[in-house]
Ligand binder design. Structure first.
Ligand SMILES: Cc1ncc(COP(=O)(O)O)c(C=O)c1O
Length: 380
């Protein structure tokens, strides 16, 4: 099966007996042992058929052997870092999601050293990986600066040091980028975003090929209990079916909006990997099947007023859903970072992030243009 067919078919053949063409939602928390031959389902914190259907589909999208889904992207990230032990060192992209940054801040209490580095710069990368390193955490495109790390380069250098490479692929999603094929050991998703796509369910996933990792992640999930319920898994799986269609539409509109932003005198730098001015435009073109639908830019006016002026872009955190969103990372998603770390990563108060939805592109262009350059009457 090709990718788009897997999105629709993988993980749920028609149910024998009823012929359901969508996976049934299993809500039972426990299972009758003698009604199964052989017994495979015991307790839903460990096993759930709706959850397994979703895992089969997500693994198939990267041609991977395994997937474990979690109750949120954060729970998936916590499972990934549970591999680290005191004395280990983690090297991370310097602009990661604020919640990831907050999670990493807790690692120092467990005796794990975290070093942030600009993994898009080969010299910095070499220096960061000069010391013994257990794990390299890459977010590409990064949040919110849309920096692009070269996954093949990072993978080769990290593996030479014996480090495990985890790629947070939430921004690109599996339609645009498949990290395992580029050398990563683990792909992480907040399925809350593009994969579920409708801003109505939280979820996370880890996708990988190693049976040893599978044993560790399965154990971690069962003992810590960060599992998604049957209905949540059903919603995430349903979202997957339209993922390619949504991502294509969102990407086309994002390109248009990026050009609109570049033409506005109210806007400074525009960060979007689909613009030839992006420092890694060519790499993004090679590594990704499209530049995606997240854009960040520097606004020359009052960011709070801009956020309040858009009508279609809702002022809200999160991303990747059908409805367009606007936010100020320094005030919202990246608040958990210290002001100094934010400044070092370029996340200042004038930086605005857009998540482009599937509304009519002309309406979005109109909404943004009016908000950026309001008439005297609108600005009043
Ligand atoms: C890039 C990235 N990774 C991970 C997460 C965490 O995911 P969740 O909110 O599902 O826990 C987010 C959430 O915004 C994110 O943007």
């Amino acid at each position: 099966m090709r990718f788009d067919t897997k999105l629709v078919h993988s993980g749920h053949p028609s149910t024998p007996g009823t012929g359901d063409i969508v996976p049934p939602v299993h809500l039972a928390t426990t299972y009758d042992r003698f009604a199964q031959d052989p017994p495979r389902f015991f307790y839903s914190r460990g096993e759930n058929p709706t959850r397994e259907a979703l895992e089969e589909c997500l693994a198939s999208l990267e041609d991977a052997s395994f997937c474990r889904v979690f109750s949120s992207g954060q729970a998936a990230a916590a499972a990934a870092v549970s591999l680290l032990t005191p004395g280990d060192r983690l090297v991370s992209s310097d602009d990661v999601y604020g919640g990831t940054y907050a999670l990493f801040a807790t690692l120092s209490r467990r005796g794990i050293e975290v070093e942030y580095a600009d993994l898009t710069d080969r010299t910095v990368l070499d220096r960061a990986l000069a010391a013994e390193t257990a794990m390299v955490w890459v977010e590409t495109p990064s949040n919110p600066m849309l920096k692009i790390a070269d996954l093949v380069e990072v993978g080769e250098l990290a593996h030479r040091r014996g480090a495990l490479v985890v790629v947070d692929n939430t921004f690109a999603g599996p339609v645009l980028q498949r990290p395992l094929a580029l050398g990563a050991d683990v792909t992480l998703y907040s399925t809350t975003k593009f994969i579920a796509g409708h801003s109505d369910v939280l979820g996370g996933a880890l996708v990988y090929d190693s049976a040893e990792l599978h044993a560790r992640f399965s154990e971690h999930r069962t003992v810590t209990g960060g599992v998604p319920g049957g209905l949540d898994c059903f919603l995430v799986h349903r979202g997957l079916k339209t993922l390619s269609l949504r991502v294509a539409r969102q990407g086309e509109t994002a390109r248009l909006l990026a050009e609109t932003l570049c033409a506005s005198t109210a806007v400074g730098a525009v960060h979007y990997p689909g613009l030839p001015s992006h420092p890694r435009y060519r790499l993004a073109g090679r590594q990704m099947a499209g530049p995606g639908s997240l854009i960040s830019f520097r606004y020359r006016g009052d960011p709070e007023k801009l956020l309040a002026r858009t009508r279609l872009f809702a002022c809200a955190v999160s991303l990747g859903g059908v409805r367009s969103l606007i936010e100020c990372p320094a005030l919202m998603t990246h608040r958990p970072m210290s002001p100094a770390a934010r400044r070092a990563a370029g996340i200042t108060d004038d930086l605005i992030r857009l998540s482009v939805g599937i509304e009519d592109p002309a309406d979005l262009v109109e909404d943004l243009t009016t908000a950026l350059e309001p008439s005297e009457e609108d600005a009043a």
